[in-house]
Design a protein around this ligand. Sequence first.
Ligand SMILES: Nc1ncnc2c1ncn2[C@@H]1O[C@H](COP(=O)(O)OP(=O)(O)O)[C@@H](O)[C@H]1O
Ligand SMILES: [Mg+2]
Length: 246
Amino acid sequence: MTPLVRLESLSKTYTLGGAPVHALRDVSLTIDRGEMVAIMGASGSGKSTTLNVIGTLDRPSTGRYFLDDEAVERLDEDALAGLRNRKIGFVFQSFNLLPRDTAMRNVELPMVYRGVRPSERREKARIALERVGLGSRAHHLPNQLSGGQQQRVSIARAIVNEPLLLLADEPTGALDSATTAQVMALFCELHAQGMTVVLVTHDPAIARYARRIVTFRDGVILSDVQNRSRAEAIATASASSLEEAS
Ligand SMILES: Nc1ncnc2c1ncn2[C@@H]1O[C@H](COP(=O)(O)OP(=O)(O)O)[C@@H](O)[C@H]1O
Ligand SMILES: [Mg+2]
């Protein structure tokens, strides 16, 4: 099988006040289609840098990155933006929804950039909102939704173009534990439907939902293990999401 993500001897060095900061050093990592991977590590260990490179929001200083067999470093900004829009969905800790737009309109946005016509946009946004259990909240504004619902809108926005890869950086960092379980159950469901999911977290309780856990320390991979307690975490999450009255 062709790996979806292939990082080869990747390094990222920032310069801060004239001094180099080695965010990543010689990292090699392969992620296959259909995996669900958690990237763990303490604050400052390089998790977000890794996710941003995978998501083509940031370029490595040295090393190579192949996404779906395409050498990303060869692409110019326009080509990268196109690839990002077609192949990658992002979820952030702070939701990043436009406050004056309805849930529906927020989910439509990635298709506006792609030039999809309005009727098709609305239909796809409606389907994506239903997939995250928010079909009845399409016309609500973000501030009329709970934190967990807002994060589900942002997940709907991330999946509306049917990306190959769903990336999430601390997606439950702003949520309480009951809502966290619902959002994690949703990631697991999308993964079960075939989506490749990579999520960053510093919280072992969140990492438990992933099938594979890659841990960083000081910009290098400390460990890369299969997760055996996954089934239990998912069972707990599904139970609590069934209790939800949406
Ligand atoms: N834009 C930047 N400029 C300078 N240093 C940065 C920048 N982004 C990240 N860093 C540094 O790189 C290291 C890794 O950061 P990051 O990937 O954000 O860690 P994590 O997400 O694990 O907390 C940290 O030391 C951080 O301070
Ligand atoms: Mg981070």
